[in-house]
Design a protein around this ligand. Structure first.
Ligand SMILES: Nc1nc2c(c(=O)[nH]1)N[C@H]1C(S)=C(S)[C@@H](COP(=O)(O)O)O[C@H]1N2
Ligand SMILES: [Mo]
Length: 254
C-alpha cells in the first residue's frame, strides 16, 4: 500500500467506521454486520475496544501478515511465561508418555467432531515461521515455530457457515478465543515445534497457538479443546477468554 491516496481512503473509511460505531444505534448495527464488534464491547471501555478493533481490521485488511525474521535473528533466551508446567494430573501422566495418549478435541459448529492425536496433527500440512513474540508485560523474543495452520485443523472437522469465533480451552484452565479472520489466517498455527525441537513443556507442549498479529497472551499454550461457536455469551463473563475476564482486551492487535 504505497499509494498515499489509497492509504488516506482507508484511513477515512476506518474513521468513518469508528464514528459510526461511536454513534451507537445505526453504527452498532453496521459494525456488527461487518463483524467489527469484539465480544468485550459492552460496558464502560466497550466503545474504545470497538474503535481499536474496527480501525485495525479496516486498516490492516491489505497488509495483514506479521513480520517474519531470518533464523539468525532467533533469540538465545526465550523465557517461559505464565504457566510453565500445568498442575493437572492427566497432563502429567500424558507428558511422561511423550503425549502418545494425548488427543485434541475439535467440536461445536463443525460437520464432524474430531479427536486428533499429536501424530495426526503432524501429518497435516505444516508451516514454519520465525516471528517476534511480544508480551504485554514488556518483553519480546524471536523464535521459529512449526505447526499445522489452525485452518487445516478446522477444515479436518468442517466449519459450519454460522461460525463466528473459535474457542480454545487449555489444560491449565486458561481459555480464549479468536474471530474467524484470525483463526483462518495463514500465520495462525497450532505449533508443535519451537526452534526445530519438540515444543518444550514450558512453552505449551504438546501444542500451542501462535497468533502472530496479537500480543503474547493470545498465543495460548497447552491447548486441549477447540470449539467453534457463533457466540461467546454465557462462557465465563462472556468477554471471550480468561484474560478478558481478568481485565485484558480480547483483541490485542499489535
Ligand atoms: N495456557 C496458557 N497460555 C498462555 C499463558 C499461560 O499462562 N497459560 N501465558 C500467556 C502469556 S502472557 C505469554 S507472554 C505467552 C508466553 O509464552 P512462553 O511461555 O512460550 O514464553 O503465553 C501465553 N499463553
Ligand atoms: Mo504475556
Amino acid at each position: 500500500m504505497n499509494d498515499g491516496t489509497t492509504r488516506r481512503k482507508l484511513i477515512k473509511r476506518a474513521l468513518g467506521a469508528s464514528a459510526l460505531a461511536f454513534a451507537g444505534g445505526v453504527g452498532a448495527v453496521l459494525a456488527r454486520r461487518y463483524g467489527l464488534i469484539p465480544p468485550d464491547s459492552g460496558g464502560l471501555y466497550g466503545i474504545g475496544e470497538t474503535l481499536t478493533y474496527a480501525s485495525q481490521r479496516v486498516l490492516l485488511s491489505r497488509q495483514n501478515f506479521a513480520r517474519e525474521f531470518s533464523r539468525s535473528q532467533i533469540s538465545k533466551n526465550f523465557r517461559g511465561f505464565g504457566t510453565v508446567m500445568p498442575d493437572y494430573e492427566p497432563y502429567f501422566f500424558s507428558m511422561i508418555q511423550g503425549f502418545s495418549d494425548w488427543r485434541l478435541v475439535v467440536d461445536g459448529l463443525v460437520t464432524k467432531r474430531v479427536r486428533l492425536s499429536l501424530s495426526e496433527i503432524k501429518q497435516l500440512p505444516s508451516r514454519t515461521q520465525v516471528t517476534e513474540h511480544i508480551c504485554e508485560e514488556g518483553w519480546s523474543a524471536i523464535a521459529e515455530w512449526t505447526g499445522a495452520p489452525l485452518s487445516s485443523v478446522l477444515n479436518a472437522a468442517g466449519v459450519r457457515p454460522e461460525a463466528r469465533y473459535v474457542l480454545f480451552v487449555c489444560v491449565d484452565r486458561h481459555w480464549g478465543s479468536l474471530d474467524m479472520a484470525d483463526a483462518l489466517h495463514p500465520q495462525t498455527l497450532l505449533a508443535y515445534r519451537m526452534n526445530g525441537q519438540d515444543l518444550p513443556v514450558a512453552h505449551g507442549a504438546p501444542v500451542r497457538l501462535r497468533v502472530e498479529r496479537q500480543l503474547g497472551y493470545k498465543s495460548l499454550k497447552y491447548v486441549g479443546r477447540i470449539t467453534v461457536t457463533d457466540t461467546l455469551k454465557g462462557i465465563g463473563k462472556g468477554l471471550g477468554g480468561s484474560d478478558p475476564d481478568a481485565g485484558y482486551s480480547w483483541y490485542a492487535g499489535i
